[in-house]
Design a protein around this ligand. Structure first.
Ligand SMILES: [Zn+2]
Length: 550
């Protein structure tokens, strides 16, 4: 009997061991999430025709993503990113916090029928990046916009409005992310001060709290770089690369406007090179931020240029994942933008949809050297139908020599009527698409249809998933769970005292002072400073302060 019991025990133990081993074998060491902001499969098709070869994402198609937010069928970027970063649906413009019936300014938002809130209003909810960091993984983020943009911010920030760039930047600096590449340096520098770059540009500051966060990054052991060359030379494990004071350039315009900026593929390659040195593995978020802006603008050349640049970055990540064998790669847009369609009824080019040639598809954009915004800046003033056509031919290719006179005339009049040429950008891009190409657009805003899911690696998800499920899949891939607001301790607004109007508010609990949006606390008596596992979050809308649990 004893022997049998002993045998059974040995069997159970070995089964557990086997179970453990097989779970570990199934878990991924690294997870890479890549988001081409604001697009859908129409840009995948168009980009493939323009490239004339299969895309990197083509081989990864594995399903679809459902995108609605808590208060609308059509999502905004902040709520979408919060969903796939944290696993919680939230309200428009909220980042990394629970949804609310009302926005902070009191406007009624409500909830879509069938959407039950899974977190308390304005309470911070942890992201996959934060969970990975707490478990010893290296973490990184890459974007082609200001790094405070909605998608990267949702992975490390907790705030009620995506427009609060200064607060978001502070939270990112104190989030202890190992590698950060993108734009937005002006939110690291105090107002009235400036930073002179390694290539002689001067970036002015926007911070209203007087803090120089470039100095803080240096104090925290980061190497700070501002150019492509600076980035390539980095050997440090901790690096911030800010390549413009605000957003980076569209991929098409970069060489002309700021050749010191790296491409999204170059940033992705460097981030992977640094993060993969961590033997515990890593989590990396990469956003092709401007695919969305091209959709907002109805600019097919801009959208194709930035989508192909994103696809090249996917190629870099895919090469790594294939060699590594232990990396889950998930790429998906956050929503569609612009409603691009290939073919529309107003077009005279071609006259009939079943006569659509390869030329009709690719010629309007294949020789584009610039976005339409960039091209408009090259039209001589005053514009005429002749110089409009000449400019389109010079910057978008020979196809545009066939631009009908009436179209050239309309563009010239719109250009001349707009004092600010930026204002002429949307209507001109919309007009030329509709009257001179086969590309159709339904809106200058977002649309609600499902977006494609592209995946590679161990246990890659296959099927149709709500965007919240993607965060859970990423966490499960690592063998972790996402624990909502459990990492923070909630306090009433009393703890902020009279610092509420201060640009640097501080919560006081017991003997400790907790500066808002930072990962430190200071002992009132001894002056001792502790690093916390997370940032202290203040939600002015409900008066609560959330302090990281130790
Ligand atoms: Zn978006």
């Amino acid at each position: 009997m004893i022997n049998l019991k002993k045998m059974a025990l040995v069997l159970v133990v070995s089964m557990l061991t086997l179970g453990l081993i097989s779970t570990q074998a199934l878990a991924a060491k690294n997870v890479i999430v890549m988001v081409p902001d604001g697009c859908s499969s129409s840009i995948q098709t168009l980009s493939r025709w323009v490239k004339g070869a299969p895309l990197n994402v083509d081989g990864l198609t594995s399903g679809a993503v459902i995108t609605h937010m808590s208060n609308s069928i059509i999502t905004g970027s902040a709520a979408a990113a919060t969903a796939f970063a944290t696993g919680h649906k939230t309200s428009v413009r909220f980042l990394g916090v629970g949804p609310s019936e009302k926005c902070p300014k009191g406007k009624q938002l409500g909830f879509l029928t069938g959407v039950e809130p899974t977190a308390a209003p304005f309470a911070p909810v942890e992201s996959i990046l934060e969970v990975a960091k707490r478990n010893g993984k290296a973490t990184g983020m890459v974007a082609t916009s200001r790094i405070t943009h909605a998608t990267p911010a949702a992975f490390a920030c907790h705030i009620d409005d995506r427009g609060k760039d200064n607060e978001i930047m502070e939270q990112l600096v104190y989030a202890d992310i190992d590698v950060v590449f993108g734009g937005g340096a002006r939110h690291l520098i105090p107002k009235g001060e400036s930073y002179v770059t390694s290539f002689g540009d001067k970036w002015g500051g926007k911070r209203k709290d007087g803090e120089n966060l470039i100095n803080e990054l240096t104090k925290r052991g980061y190497k700070f770089v501002d150019s492509k060359d600076g980035m390539s030379a980095v050997t440090s494990d901790k690096v911030w690369g800010m390549f413009d004071d605000s957003h980076l350039d569209p991929d098409l315009d970069r060489d002309d406007l700021h050749s010191t900026q790296p491409s999204i593929a170059e940033m992705t390659a460097k981030a992977i090179e640094i993060l993969s040195k961590d033997s515990d593995g890593f989590f990396l978020l990469v956003e092709g931020s401007q695919v969305d802006w091209a959709g907002h603008a109805n600019d097919a050349a801009y959208m194709t240029g930035d989508f192909l640049a994103f696809d090249a970055a996917v190629g870099v990540a895919l090469d790594f994942a294939k060699k590594d064998g232990d990396t889950l790669l998930m790429a998906f847009p956050d929503h569609n933008t612009g409603g691009l369609s290939i073919g529309h009824e107003q077009s005279k080019f071609p006259p009939k949809y079943t006569d659509t040639s390869l030329q009709a598809m690719i010629d309007p954009i294949k020789d584009a050297k610039m976005t339409i915004r960039g091209l408009i800046s090259k039209i001589p003033s005053p514009a005429t139908k002749e110089n409009v056509k000449e400019t389109f031919v010079a910057y978008h290719g020979a196809y545009w020599a066939a631009m009908p006179d009436e179209a050239g005339q309309w563009v010239a009049e719109t250009f001349n009527a707009n004092e600010k040429k930026d204002k002429a950008y949307y209507p001109i891009a919309e007009y030329v698409s509709k009257h001179v190409t086969a590309y159709g657009w339904t809106t200058h805003n977002h649309t609600a249809e499902d977006v494609p899911l592209w995946t590679y690696g161990p246990n890659r998800p296959v099927g149709t998933f709500d965007n919240t499920k993607l965060a859970i899949i990423a966490a499960e891939a690592f063998g972790y769970s996402l624990n909502g607001s459990a990492a923070w301790e909630e306090h009433s607004e009393g703890v902020l005292g009279d610092t509420k109007k201060d640009p640097n508010p501080v919560a006081t609990v017991g003997d400790w002072e907790y500066p808002v949006s930072k990962d430190i606390r200071k002992n009132k008596k001894s002056g001792k400073i502790d690093r916390l596992v997370d940032i202290t979050v203040w939600a002015p809308a409900n008066g609560k302060v959330y302090i990281p649990k130790q």
